[in-house]
Design a protein around this ligand. Structure first.
Ligand SMILES: CC(C)(COP(=O)(O)OP(=O)(O)OC[C@H]1O[C@@H](n2cnc3c(N)ncnc32)[C@H](O)[C@@H]1OP(=O)(O)O)[C@@H](O)C(=O)NCCC(=O)NCCS
Length: 147
């Protein structure tokens, strides 16, 4: 989308990144602004963000993809994701609610079975299973990978 500007985040973006992530109810941990890219409108309005996390097992994760509700459906997430995909090696993993599988398939991600997950994602999925068993979490979470 032409009018949207994309740039690496600065420390000044951190409050907006955190507020958006909390607002859309996605994983609020690991929000180091140094890893983020942000999108903003020509008038400076904060439009969205995303990051690549590198975990202790060296697996890479596309994470914290979020767009302000009033600016969705205009290609902002596509812009952010396409940029992040140019910045990192493969394989690249992500976790998401199963409803977003078709969204991430547009970028080439494929759903993968639990067997063979990198240790970080195995731990996350074990935690998700526990939370679902305890009924502390309702959405079904999937892991996807881009090779
Ligand atoms: C999911 C989200 C990031 C999409 O942002 P967006 O800026 O509206 O997405 P875009 O406009 O860039 O859409 C890119 C493509 O995905 C499609 N798409 C957008 N949302 C979709 C959804 N929920 N399911 C399936 N496809 C979707 C668009 O139609 C578009 O397709 P096209 O390029 O073939 O026309 C946004 O709805 C959001 O912030 N949701 C809340 C936070 C969240 O769930 N983040 C994901 C965490 S895993």
């Amino acid at each position: 989308m032409d009018e949207t500007q994309l740039r690496p985040a600065t420390a000044a973006d951190f409050p907006k990144i955190r507020a958006l992530i909390l607002d859309v109810h996605i994983n609020p941990t690991g929000l180091d602004w140094r890893r983020f890219w942000v999108a903003e409108m020509p008038d400076g309005q904060f439009a969205g963000c995303g990051q690549i996390k590198i975990h202790g097992d060296q697996s890479r994760e596309l994470a914290s993809i979020a767009v302000a509700a009033s600016l969705r459906g205009r290609g902002v997430a596509r812009l952010i994701i396409q940029k992040l995909l140019t910045l990192t090696d493969r394989p690249l993993y992500l976790t998401c609610r199963e409803q977003l599988q078709p969204f991430y398939e547009k970028f080439g991600f494929k759903i993968i079975p639990q067997a063979g997950l990198p240790p970080y994602f195995s731990r996350i999925m074990r935690l998700v299973r526990v939370l679902r068993t305890l009924k502390l979490m309702t959405p079904t979470i999937i892991v996807m990978r881009l090779d």
